[in-house]
Design a protein around this ligand. Structure first.
Ligand SMILES: Cc1ncc(COP(=O)(O)O)c(C=O)c1O
Length: 463
C-alpha cells in the first residue's frame, strides 16, 4: 500500500526567502476543492502525489494560486530540463497556435522536418532516422518491435528480448512485460515466452559491496548462463532493452557490466536499445546516459525532456533498422503533432543555447558534494547516494533494522513540501532529485538546506 499524503491542512511556519514562499496551511485550504474533485472524478491510480495544486510553473519554481511558491527538484518528472515554461518553447508554441496549425496526423508539416533534422544532427552519427510518438511507453514498445523485426531478418525464432528486473519502461502491456515485476504485470495473465529478465546488478550484490576489483563482466556472463539454464537459446536473442539507469533509485550499472552486455550483443548479432526516456537530454551531465558507459547502442528510446513540455517521444536508430517496417506501416495519430514538434525544436535549441549539459555536470558537483555531506550526517538513515549530474537518488533505511524505509522517504517529501521544496516521491525507499538544469546555484543550495531540515525534522518526529 502506497503512502497517502493527507489532505488535511497543517499549520506550518511561514517561509519567505528569495526562492520560496509558504503563506498558508499546507495543503492550501483554498485548493482543497480541486483535490477533492480529482479524487471524485479521476481513477485513484493517478493519485498519491504530494498535494500541491500547480497554478503556474516558471523555470525552477512552482506556484499555487494562494501565494505559495516551491523550489522544484522534480522537473515535473524529469521533463522540464530547460526550465518550466521556457521562453523559447512558449514563443515557438505561440507561433504555431497563431498560424492555426494544431494537427496534421502523418501529413507533412515544416516544423516536423525541422525538428527531426535537429534531433538527428545533435545525436551521435549512428542515429540516422527517428520515429516520433507521443508517450514514452509507445517508444519502448516501438523499439521492441524494431528489435524483433531485425531479429527475424536473421532467423525466424530470433525473438528474444532481454531486459532488467525492476526497470521502468512504461505502463502499456509490452512495457509492463519488459519490467519483469510479477506484481505489476499480474493483470496481464500470461508471460511472453520470449521475454527474459536479468537481475539488476546492484552494487550491494557484489561480493564485497563496491569492491573495485569485482568482476562485473563475469557477473553478466553468469547471469546469462542462468537464463540459458532456464531455456534461453542465445542464438534466438533479438536484443536487449536497457533502462539507462535503474529509475527508482537513479542507480547506474557498473561500466564493465554494460560493456560485456554490448560485446555479447555483437557476438550474437542482436541489438541493444537504451531507454533514455528519463535520463536523456543532459540530465546526467551528458547528452545521453549511455555515454557514461562508453558503448554504442543501436537504438535509443526518448521522451520526457525531448520536448521539455508537450507529449513527444521517439525511437532513433540507423536507417537500416528504422526502415525495417514497410513503407507507411507505422503510425500514431498524435505523433509529430505540430505543437509538440515546435516545442521539441525550441527545447533542443534552448538546451544548446543555455549550455545546459555542461551546466548539469557543473551543478551536479554541487548537488552530489552536498548530498554526500548529508549521507555522513545521517549515516544511520542514508545508505547510498546514486546518480550523476543534476540527477540523484537517496536510498533510505531504517536505522534499527537496516531495512529499506519507504515510509521515512515519503515523510521527508511531505516535510519538504511544507517548507517549500518539491522532491520526487517514488513510493519506495528512495527520494529522487532532478531540478530543471537551469536552476540557479543559490536555489539549488537553498533547496539542499531545506532537504537537510526536512530529514532532521522527520528523524525528530519518528523518535
Ligand atoms: C525510463 C522510462 N521509460 C519509459 C517511461 C514511460 O514514459 P511515459 O510515461 O511517457 O509513457 C518512463 C516514465 O516514467 C521512464 O522513466
Amino acid at each position: 500500500m502506497k503512502y497517502q499524503f493527507s489532505h488535511i491542512p497543517v499549520n506550518v511556519l511561514p517561509v519567505n526567502t528569495k526562492y520560496r514562499k509558504i503563506r498558508t496551511a499546507i495543503p492550501a485550504p483554498e485548493t482543497l476543492k480541486i483535490l477533492l474533485d480529482l479524487e471524485k472524478y479521476e481513477s485513484q491510480s493517478m493519485h498519491g502525489q504530494l498535494p500541491v495544486v500547480w497554478d503556474r510553473a516558471e523555470d525552477f519554481q512552482i506556484y499555487d494560486s494562494c501565494g505559495n511558491c516551491w523550489i522544484d527538484f522534480t522537473s515535473t518528472i524529469f521533463v522540464a530540463n530547460a526550465g518550466h515554461a521556457n521562453s523559447q518553447i512558449t514563443s515557438a508554441l505561440h507561433t504555431v497556435i497563431d498560424r492555426k496549425l494544431l494537427h496534421t496526423y502523418t501529413f507533412a508539416h515544416e516544423t516536423r522536418a525541422l525538428f527531426l533534422k535537429k534531433l538527428i544532427e545533435i545525436t551521435p552519427d549512428q542515429f540516422e532516422k527517428a520515429f516520433l510518438l507521443s508517450a514514452g511507453t509507445e517508444a519502448t514498445e516501438c523499439a521492441v518491435k524494431l528489435i524483433r523485426m531485425h531479429g527475424q531478418t536473421i532467423n525466424s525464432s530470433k525473438l528474444g528480448i532481454i531486459s532488467f528486473q525492476g526497470a521502468m519502461h512504461g505502463r502499456t502491456m509490452g512495457a509492463e512485460m519488459l519490467k519483469g515485476d510479477p506484481h505489476q504485470s499480474a493483470w496481464i495473465g500470461y508471460r511472453d515466452p520470449n521475454m527474459y529478465h536479468l537481475p539488476f546488478p546492484y552494487p550491494w550484490t557484489a561480493k564485497d559491496s563496491f569492491d573495485k576489483k569485482y568482476d562485473w563482466a563475469k557477473r553478466f556472463q553468469e547471469d546469462m548462463e542462468d537464463l540459458k539454464a532456464k531455456g534461453l537459446n542465445f542464438d534466438n536473442i533479438a536484443g536487449f532493452m536497457v533502462e539507462s539507469y535503474l529509475g527508482w533509485g537513479a542507480i547506474f550499472y557498473p561500466v564493465a557490466y554494460i560493456k560485456a552486455l554490448v560485446d555479447f550483443a555483437k557476438e550474437y548479432d542482436c541489438l541493444v536499445a537504451f531507454d533514455e526516456i528519463q535520463g536523456g537530454f543532459g540530465r546526467s551531465g551528458k547528452l545521453f546516459v549511455y555515454q557514461h558507459y562508453d558503448v554504442e547502442p543501436d537504438l535509443l528510446c526518448l521522451g520526457k525532456a525531448l520536448s521539455g513540455s508537450l507529449p513527444l517521444s521517439a525511437v532513433i536508430g540507423s536507417q537500416k533498422i528504422m526502415d525495417l517496417p514497410e513503407f507507411g506501416s507505422m503510425s500514431s495519430t498524435h505523433s509529430a503533432n505540430p505543437l509538440c514538434c515546435a516545442a521539441g525544436l525550441a527545447n533542443l535549441e534552448a538546451i544548446e543555447f543555455g549550455n545546459l549539459i555542461a551546466e548539469s555536470s557543473r551543478k551536479g558537483k554541487i548537488l552530489h558534494g552536498r548530498l554526500n555531506i548529508l549521507k555522513e550526517k545521517y549515516s544511520d538513515r542514508i545508505s547510498y547516494i546514486f546518480g550523476k549530474g543534476l540527477l540523484a537518488g537517496i536510498i533510505l533505511n531504517d536505522p534499527k533494522s537496516g531495512e529499506p524505509d519507504g515510509l521515512f522517504a515519503s515523510r521527508v517529501c511531505e516535510k519538504a513540501m511544507q517548507k517549500g521544496l518539491l522532491l520526487v516521491h517514488t513510493g519506495r525507499e528512495s527520494i529522487k532529485i532532478g531540478p530543471p538544469l537551469t536552476i540557479w546555484d543559490g536555489a539549488l543550495e537553498e533547496g539542499l538546506d531545506v532537504l537537510d531540515e526536512a530529514i532532521a525534522a522527520t528523524v525528530q518526529d519518528t523518535k
